[in-house]
Design a protein around this ligand. Structure first.
Ligand code: NDP
Length: 341
């Protein structure tokens, strides 16, 4: 089969492309700029003409994907802004929602003869509700929706919390996808799957020239674990949940391969962490890295944001990598780049 992957130059998407190529699919990736193409062509050159890249300059435009969807059997939609420096929330919400809708509209108008499934890369950001009280532990599941972030942006606009702006963009984009699916039932020959990962870590393969160019989640990892830029308090109490980028890529392929995934919202999470857990794991592997908060005890630590991953195990049959494997392979990458010390 042939799969369209939007935003195929991103941290997660590059691994999705690789997984699909390994599984025997032909992949058509989209990027915004010409300049992203040579690196990708080189990265996937061993797959020959099973990998092609097309340019979609503005994903928010009506009909943006009209040509890109032609002749593909499935779509993995990953292109969406992920940063924490938006002024107006619309900087994130606009492209997240309009990009998702333009993929779906193009699939219906120009891909309905062949497209059978559209996988939307949503986020645990669309699931959780931020509780500022870090002493409280909570486990979220697929029935939970981040209404709080949407309300924060609607009420406070530019003054909304930075995290709320990104979280609302993911919640509203995913909601738009489900509304589209519901209102075109019977007419669309494809179904929709939403994958909801928490923070994604692991080795990267996309084009990054220095640590500052890393995507948001890996930059945070670098800053906390390699550079040691967190306070002792933050190390012990700040965290969320995580998944290895390779497991998330695998989930994207499985979401196409498992018929029963159709119409489902699926959390793809390995487990919870506080920064000190990654610091401990990294320090054990590389003693020259910061030891961080040595008074931290994982046995009594509070994990304030956990996710129930039983649906991903049941529906996708996914097995998750350990924190040690994820950390070891990330450190190897930092080392290879010479960004360790
Ligand atoms: P990256 O920043 O590495 O990649 C983002 C991709 O989206 C790039 O291809 C980028 O293109 C494209 N993009 C960003 N803004 C726009 C825009 N306004 N218009 C068109 N394309 C745009 O991020 P990740 O790989 O981490 O994220 C990929 C997906 O996974 C996103 O949907 C994100 O929300 C989701 N996700 C990521 C998590 C993480 O921890 N990394 C956690 C949960 C979900 P360009 O290079 O041209 O900017």
């Amino acid at each position: 089969g042939k799969v369209l992957v939007s935003g195929c130059n991103g941290f997660v998407a590059v691994w999705v492309v690789k997984q699909l190529l390994e599984d025997g699919y032909t992949v058509r990736g989209t990027v915004r700029k010409d300049s992203a193409i040579p690196y990708l062509k080189d990265l996937f050159k061993s797959y020959g003409d099973r990998f092609e890249v097309v340019i979609v300059p503005d994903i928010t435009k009506d009909g943006a994907f009209d040509d890109a969807v032609k002749g593909v059997d499935a779509i993995e939609h990953l292109a969406s802004p992920f940063h924490m420096h938006a002024d107006d929330p619309q900087e994130l919400i606009g492209p997240a929602v309009a990009g998702t809708l333009s993929v779906l509209r193009s699939a219906l108008a120009h891909g309905n003869a062949t497209v059978r499934r559209v996988v939307i890369t949503s986020s645990c950001a669309a699931v959780l509700t931020e509780d500022p009280d870090l002493s409280k532990a909570r486990t979220y599941a697929e029935g939970d929706w981040n209404e709080l972030a949407i309300d924060d942006c609607a009420q406070n606009r530019r003054g909304a919390d930075q995290a709320s702006k990104y979280h609302a963009s993911k919640a509203l984009a995913e909601r738009a996808a489900w509304e589209f699916a519901a209102s075109h039932r019977g007419e669309a020959m494809f179904d929709v799957v939403a994958l909801n990962p928490p923070y994604v870590y692991g080795p990267w393969m996309h084009d990054v020239k220095n640590a500052e160019q890393l995507n948001t989640s890996m930059f945070a990892f670098w800053d906390a674990v390699i550079k040691g830029n967190k306070s002792m308090e933050e190390l012990a109490t700040e965290g969320q949940s995580w998944v290895d980028v390779r497991d998330l890529a695998h989930a994207h392929a499985l979401a196409l391969q498992r018929p029963e995934a159709g119409g489902e919202r699926i959390i793809v999470s390995s487990g919870p962490w506080n920064w000190q857990d990654f610091v401990n794991t990294a320090h054990a592997l590389e003693p020259s890295l910061p030891a961080g908060n040595t008074a931290y005890d994982p046995k009594t630590a509070v994990y304030h944001t956990s996710f129930d991953n039983s649906k991903s195990r049941r529906v996708l049959g996914i097995e998750y990598r350990t924190m040690e494997e994820c950390t070891r392979d990330s450190l190897a990458q930092f080392k290879a780049k010479g960004w360790m010390w």
